[in-house]
Design a protein around this ligand. Structure first.
Ligand SMILES: NC(=O)c1ccc[n+]([C@@H]2O[C@H](COP(=O)([O-])OP(=O)(O)OC[C@H]3O[C@@H](n4cnc5c(N)ncnc54)[C@H](O)[C@@H]3O)[C@@H](O)[C@H]2O)c1
Length: 245
């Protein structure tokens, strides 16, 4: 859902977009909404051949590729009990796929002085009950962003990450039974505005990082989290007032 909102933001800004996802049904719906500026290419990011084919089709369709936005993730995570196979599968989807996409797109991005945006998360920075794999993958992506930024800098390519807080998305939709109000009630207290984010708010930050308004921003991990990471354990509570009360 965040990927779809990001594609829509780029199209609204005048860009053409290739949506690469393993979910052909969801991808088909997304391009149907976005029209001729968007093309969907069924892509499994754990397959080098699929990434190659996606890049070739994107260049063939639109003449070149300026930006890479790595939204793909796995939420596969069984905490302490996660099997080796699940660890490897989740990291392949969430981390290695992004690394391989950047490696294979490097000649395009360098030639066109483009930019990369990776997706981290507030989960990369905080311990969360029962979650081992997803936070580790996101922390690795945040570090990969810094390494890639240094590598690409001499070529005029910027690399950044966004770190969203709780965002209304497919996973929230599924967990809450489609109840956005419930998601805001449960997740809101962890964010200063008292609600979770909309996908469009994250998409806007991705677009900004790719834009000429961000030409001196590289290696950054931009929180799009309503102050989640800025707050400590006290959250929006005022314990001093309670202590004195
Ligand atoms: N939703 C949140 O609250 C939240 C918070 C922080 C960060 N994020 C990050 O934002 C990004 C988008 O999150 P979302 O909630 O919209 O996720 P989502 O599940 O809607 O999107 C992930 C996409 O990855 C695709 N995918 C899975 N395996 C794939 C594979 N092998 N090859 C290609 N595509 C594959 C899925 O089909 C899906 O469309 C993710 O990187 C996520 O970690 C989300």
């Amino acid at each position: 859902m965040i990927g779809r909102a990001t594609a829509a933001a780029f199209v609204a800004a005048g860009a053409n977009v290739v949506i690469a996802d393993i979910d052909a049904e969801g991808g088909g719906k997304a391009v149907a909404e976005l029209g001729d500026a968007a093309r969907f290419i069924t892509t499994d990011v754990t397959s080098d051949a699929a990434i190659d084919a996606c890049i070739a089709a994107g260049i063939d369709t639109f003449g070149g590729i300026d930006y890479l936005v790595n939204v793909t993730t796995s939420y596969l995570d069984n905490g302490l009990e996660t099997s080796r196979a699940d660890w490897l599968r989740a990291l392949d989807i969430a981390l290695v796929g992004a690394a391989m996409f950047a490696q294979k797109l490097a000649p395009q991005l360098i030639a066109r002085k483009g930019a990369i945006v990776n997706f981290s998360s507030v989960s990369a920075h905080r311990a969360q009950v029962g979650r081992f794999v997803y936070p580790a993958a996101k922390a690795a992506l945040a570090q990969l962003t810094r390494s890639q930024a240094l590598e690409f800098a001499p070529h005029g390519v910027r690399v950044n990450a966004v770190a969203p807080g709780w965002t209304w998305s497919n996973v929230m939709d599924a967990l809450s039974g489609g109840d956005r109000g419930k998601a805001d009630r449960v997740g809101g207290p962890f964010h200063m505005p008292g609600r979770i984010a909309s996908a469009e708010e994250v998409a806007g930050a991705v677009l900004f990082l790719c834009s000429d308004a961000a030409t001196f921003i590289s290696g950054a991990e931009l929180p799009v989290d309503g102050g989640y990471l800025a707050m400590g354990p006290e959250g929006t509570d005022n314990p001093i007032a309670r202590l004195a009360g």
